[in-house]
Ligand binder design. Structure first.
Ligand code: DMJ
Length: 642
């Protein structure tokens, strides 16, 4: 009986060797099974068939339950997936609960959910939708619009990955409760405040990891750049951390200032930049914290800057060597910039008040008095340069509210406010200048009639406007709030809309450095941008003005506009390893081209103003008690002595 079996066995063993025996083995298993089946009795076979049939019937009966269960599992998995979509690319940008020790935030702040809205902002023209504030929430392309091969949430270029995941993106839709608009508004405000804190932490992480104690972070190359070698970003950011309630970060920075910051250095610093950022930052932090260490440091840098005023005209030089105590103009000229010599007054006046040493105030007041009397203005508008030898304006004939003149106008009003609205000369110069703007620089664009501030060059009007000019709506609004003509507020509203359009009409939703407005009938678009002007340096002026406009009008559209801008900073300028970078091209959302620099004013100004914009607490730096210097450092309005 057994030989065939043995024969099979032998045959399989032999053919299986070295000839890919899988088929033979399978065949053998099939034959062997069949043979075994044949060897079973009829009863045994019937029993097996019956059991198989029974199993089959049970299987059919339980199918719906099983599929239901399986569907449930699948849905759960999908939920998990969508939750994972909600998570930002980098875990460290997840929002943390607000710390309870923040002086200005309510305790009930909760952890914010993140949304999965993605994609470049739609190029929008809000002009068609004026008055509808709900329209101002950014619209994103549907997910299906994403280009093939485009990795969601990340823009890459050689050596760089910028995190475009929207850590700040709209939680609004999910959290809104139509039944309770007040709760909605407060929830929204809390989540936006937290988003700014998150942006700050992310920027600070980059600075801490790669640039600690240096002037500026270079987030792409994970390094730093030095300008004055004085920890510029750290000092500029001190009061922002205090205002945002980031106490841990603040304490670390304070320890650095106390132990590492020294001004006895053989280094040339720019008088204006070091006054508004370092002196202003230290004075403001002293006022907010009451810690005299900051005042001591302020006194030291203030006194080391004083040699700048030792010029034949008393108009200060642009540069000072704070170690040697010498000063000089730039190598190529003996001129200083008008905005620079007239935008150091708030800080030096405050230093005199605090130290009871009049020399600081006297030096900067002399500059204002001279500029007040100078020939060469156009209806209160000043040229861009002033000579340090003869004290006269030079390169006359060009009038702008942009670079090199901007903060002259801002400081006329703010000094008047700082001093208790008594110094009439400052007020008169301010009012005359605003009339000069209206008469000479104000125009409207075509086709949509945007009001803008252009420039005059030797009698010729140019429809060019720097982003820097966007400080003006805020300053006009502050003036109107301080009792000046109501039509200043009307102009502020129009210019605010224009500055917002400078963002909205760009493909990244971020403004370029300079725009040109079309004025000819038949133009198809209001704004043109030259190739060389397409960069964005993370500047603050528009969000600064949005803050003033919201404080004074309580119109939520200004908060919504700021929210869009923050989201676009997160989308196009946030660097995954920490920090934010200025970019070269606001018109190319696919390749905004990073410049590898985070300016100190991004932390000193931009994020601070965004935070204050989203806060409904008008006592958080009350505009009746504080005046912001041009680097967003709040200094007190002097108490009345009358
Ligand atoms: C800042 O340093 C100040 O706001 C200055 O007045 C203008 N330039 C930058 C910000 O853009």
């Amino acid at each position: 009986m057994h030989p065939p079996y043995r024969q099979d066995y032998v045959s399989i063993s032999l053919t299986g060797q070295g000839s890919g025996g899988y088929n033979n083995s399978k065949q053998w298993r099939r034959q062997s099974c069949w043979r075994k089946w044949k060897q079973l009795s009829r009863l045994q076979r019937s029993l097996i068939l019956f059991i198989l049939l029974l199993l089959f019937i049970c299987g059919i009966a339980s199918y719906p339950t099983v599929t239901e269960h399986l569907r449930g599992l699948t849905d759960e998995e999908q939920d998990t997936d969508s939750n994972s979509v909600l998570k930002p690319v980098i875990p460290h940008v997840l929002p943390e609960p607000i710390k309870q020790d923040h002086p200005a935030l309510p305790e009930q702040l909760s952890q914010r959910k993140l949304s999965n809205r993605r994609g470049p902002p739609v190029l929008q023209n809000r002009l068609q939708r004026k008055g509808n504030t709900s329209d101002t929430v950014a619209e994103d392309k549907p997910a299906g619009d994403q280009k093939e091969g485009e990795e969601e949430g990340v823009i890459s270029w050689p050596g760089v990955v910028i995190d475009t995941e929207q850590a700040t993106e709209g939680t609004k839709e999910k959290e809104d409760s139509p039944a309770n608009p007040e709760a909605k508004s407060s929830k929204e405000s809390v989540s936006r405040l937290e988003a700014v804190r998150e942006a700050f932490r992310h920027a600070w992480k980059g600075y801490k990891d790669f640039a600690w104690g240096h002037d500026e972070l270079r987030p792409i190359s994970k390094s730093y750049s030095e300008w004055f070698g004085l920890g510029l970003t750290l000092i500029d950011a001190l009061d922002t951390m205090w205002i945002l309630g980031l106490k841990e970060e603040f304490e670390e920075a304070k320890a650095w200032v106390a132990t590492e910051l020294t001004f006895n250095k053989n280094v040339d610093v720019n008088l204006f930049e070091s006054t508004i950022r370092i002196l202003g930052g230290l004075l403001s932090t002293y006022h907010l914290t009451g810690d005299s260490m900051f005042l001591d440091k302020a006194k030291e840098i203030g006194s080391r800057l004083m040699p700048a005023f030792n010029t034949p005209s008393k108009i200060p030089y642009s540069d000072v060597n704070i170690g040697k105590g010498t000063a000089h103009p730039p190598r190529w000229t003996s001129d200083s910039t008008v905005a620079e010599v007239t935008s150091i007054q708030l800080e030096f006046r405050e230093l005199s008040r605090l130290t009871q040493d009049p020399q600081y105030e006297a030096a900067v007041a002399e500059v204002m008095n001279q500029v007040h009397k100078l020939d060469g203005k156009l209806d209160g508008l000043v040229p861009m340069f002033i000579n340090t030898n003869n004290g006269q304006f030079t390169h006359q004939g060009i009038y702008t509210l942009g670079a090199r003149a901007d903060s002259y106008y801002e400081y006329l009003l703010k000094q008047w406010i700082q001093g208790g609205k008594k110094e009439n000369q400052l007020l008169e110069d301010y009012l005359q200048a605003i009339e000069g703007v209206k008469k000479n620089l104000l125009q409207t664009s075509s086709p949509n009639g945007l009001t803008f501030v252009g420039e005059v060059s030797h009698g010729q009007f140019s429809p060019k406007m720097d982003h820097l000019v966007c400080f003006l709506p805020g300053t006009l609004a502050l003036g109107a709030h301080s009792g000046l003509a109501a039509d200043h507020m009307d102009l502020a509203k129009q210019l605010m809309e224009t500055c917002y359009q400078m963002y909205v009409q760009m493909e990244t939703g971020l403004s370029p450095e300079i725009v040109h407005f079309n004025m000819h009938q038949g133009s198809t678009r209001d704004i043109d941008v030259k190739l060389a002007d397409r960069h964005n340096l993370l500047r603050p002026e528009t969000v600064e003005s949005l803050f003033y406009m919201y404080r004074f009008t309580k119109d939520h559209k200004y908060q919504d506009w700021g929210w869009e801008i923050l989201q676009n900073f997160n989308k196009y300028t946030k660097v995954s390893s920490g920090g934010y970078t200025s970019i070269n091209n606001v018109r190319d959302p696919e390749y905004p081209s990073p410049r590898d620099k985070m300016e100190s004013f991004f932390l000193g100004e931009t994020l601070k103003y965004l935070y204050l914009l989203f806060s409904d607490d008008t006592n958080l730096i009350s505009l009746d008690q504080y005046v912001f210097n041009t680097e967003a450092h709040p200094l007190p309005v002097w108490p009345s002595t009358a």
